[in-house]
Write a protein that binds this ligand. Structure first.
Ligand SMILES: *Cc1c(COP(=O)(O)O)cnc(C)c1O
Length: 404
C-alpha cells in the first residue's frame, strides 16, 4: 500500500541530517552540560551551538532562547510566567478564539485565579480584526498572546502590526509560532515580539523539545524551579540530544526555506485546485492567500469528516480533521466554529498539511482517489439526495474537468 503522509501540522518525521546531528549525543557525548570536566564541556558546546542556530532562525540573541520540552510548555511558561510577574500592573490578557489548546486552556486556568481574558473573534476567512484588538486593550492589559499561524487552517495573523500595537501600549506580546517557525520568515526584532514559542517536532526535529524566545529585559516567573539551567528560568538537566536536534532543524529550515515555500505552495495549490475541480460542494476553510504554504483545510459537504479520514487511511493517506488534540471527539473544531463555518460543513472538514517529503505523485494520487470516495459517502447522506436529487448516482464525481 502507498503511504502518503499529509499530516505534518500534527507532527513531522525527523530530518535525516537532524538525526545524524543528534546521534552522537545519545552515544558518546553523554556528559551533563553543567559539569566542568571534559564530558560536560562537550555537551555544553552542543547546547551552545544549538542555541545560536535557534536564535538565528528567529533573529534574536542566543541568550534570549530558553529550551523547553515542547510547544505546550513554551506557551505555559510564556503566559503564566508573564501573568505572574506582571500581576501587580494588571490582570487583563488578550488572546483569540482560535488558539491552540495549550494557549486556550492556560488562559482558562488563569481566569480561575483572578485574571480577565478577552477572546478575540475571527472572520469567515479566519482573519483577525485589528480594530477589535485595539478596542479590547484596557489600562489593565498586561499580555497579548496571539498565534503566528493557525494549526488547523494555516491562516497567518499580522503579527508585525500586532507587535506595533502592543509596543505602543507597553503590553507584552507572546506569539505561539509553532506552525510558523521554519515555514515562513520570522524576525522577532522587526515584528516587536517579546516572547515566541516553537516546537521541535513540528519542524523535523524529534518530539520532546521546544524553545521559548524571551526578549532581554522581559521578566518571567519560572514554571519549573530547580538548578541554574537556562539562566534560572527552567530547571532540569538539558535534553541535550533533543536540543542539538532542534538547533540543526532550525539551521536546515533557514537554509531551505525559500525553496521549501515554493515546493510546498505549488503542491498545496495543486491539491486544492484538483480537489475543488473534481468534486462539487467543496469549500475552503481559511484565508485564500494569507496561509502557511503547506496547509489546506477543505469541507467536503454532505460527507462526514471522520469517515473520510478512515477511508483516506485505508488508501494509505494520512490527514486529519481539526487538530489532533480534539479528534476522536465529535465536538466540531473550535477554530471552524469561531469562523462561523456551518456545523454540517465543519463536520465534513479535512486538513491536509504537507511536508518536505511530499511529491507531485502523492498529490495526484489523492486527487485521483478522493472523488469516488466522497461520492460514495454522499450517496449515503439523505440530505445530499434531497439537495442534489442524486442519491447513488456517481457520474457526478467524474464530471469535473481535468487540469493536469
Ligand atoms: C503542536 C502545536 C502546539 C503544541 O506543541 P507540542 O510540542 O506538541 O506541545 C502548540 N501550538 C500549535 C499552534 C501547535 O500546532
Amino acid at each position: 500500500m502507498k503511504k502518503i503522509y499529509l499530516d505534518n501540522n500534527a507532527t513531522t518525521p525527523i530530518h535525516p541530517e537532524v538525526l545524524d546531528a543528534m546521534l552522537p549525543y545519545l552515544k558518546d557525548e553523554f556528559g551533563n552540560p553543567s559539569s566542568i570536566h571534559w564530558a560536560g564541556r562537550n555537551t555544553r558546546r552542543g547546547v551552545d551551538d544549538a542555541r545560536e542556530k535557534t536564535a538565528k532562525l528567529l533573529n534574536c540573541d542566543a541568550s534570549e532562547i530558553i529550551f523547553t520540552s515542547c510547544g505546550s510548555e513554551g506557551n505555559n511558561l510564556a503566559i503564566k510566567g508573564v501573568a505572574e510577574s506582571k500581576k501587580d500592573k494588571g490582570n487583563h490578557i488578550i488572546t483569540t478564539k482560535v488558539e491552540h489548546p495549550a494557549v486556550l486552556s492556560t488562559c482558562k486556568y488563569l481566569q480561575k485565579t483572578g485574571f480577565d481574558v478577552t477572546y478575540l473573534d475571527v472572520d469567515s476567512e479566519g482573519m483577525l480584526d485589528l480594530d477589535q484588538l485595539k478596542k479590547a486593550i484596557t489600562p489593565k492589559t498586561i499580555l497579548i498572546t496571539i498565534m503566528f499561524a493557525n494549526n488547523e487552517t494555516g491562516v497567518i495573523f499580522p503579527i508585525e502590526e500586532i507587535g506595533n500595537i502592543a509596543k505602543g501600549h507597553n503590553i507584552s506580546l507572546h506569539t505561539d509560532a509553532v506552525q510558523a517557525a521554519g515555514k515562513i520568515p520570522i524576525d522577532v526584532k522587526k515584528m516587536n515580539i517579546d516572547l515566541l514559542t516553537i516546537s521541535g517536532h513540528k519542524l523535523y526535529a524529534p518530539k520532546g523539545v521546544g524553545a521559548l524566545y524571551v526578549k532581554r529585559g522581559v521578566r518571567l516567573t519560572p514554571l519549573i524551579q530547580g538548578g541554574h539551567q537556562e539562566r534560572n528560568r527552567r530547571g532540569g538537566t538539558e535534553n541535550v540530544a533533543g536540543i542539538v536536534a532542534l538547533g540543526k532543524a532550525c539551521e536546515i529550515a533557514q537554509r531551505d526555506m525559500p525553496e521549501e515555500i515554493k515546493h510546498l505552495a505549488a503542491l498545496r495549490d495543486r491539491l486544492q485546485k484538483g480537489l475543488m475541480e473534481k468534486i462539487a460542494h467543496v469549500r475552503l476553510n481559511g484565508h485564500p492567500t494569507k496561509r502557511t504554504p503547506n496547509t489546506v483545510n477543505l469541507s467536503f459537504e454532505y460527507a462526514e469528516g471522520e469517515s473520510l479520514l478512515l477511508n483516506l487511511d485505508m488508501k494509505g493517506i494520512a490527514a486529519s480533521s481539526g487538530s489532533a488534540c480534539t479528534s476522536g471527539t465529535l465536538e466540531p473544531s473550535h477554530v471552524l466554529v469561531a469562523m462561523g463555518v456551518p456545523l454540517e460543513a465543519s463536520h465534513s472538514s479535512v486538513r491536509f498539511s504537507l511536508g518536505r517529503g511530499n511529491t507531485v505523485e502523492d498529490i495526484d494520487y489523492v486527487i485521483e482517489v478522493m472523488p469516488a470516495m466522497v461520492e460514495r459517502m454522499r450517496s449515503m447522506s439523505p440530505l445530499y439526495s434531497t439537495i442534489t436529487g442524486k442519491g447513488t448516482d456517481i457520474t457526478f464525481a467524474e464530471s469535473g474537468s481535468h487540469s493536469h
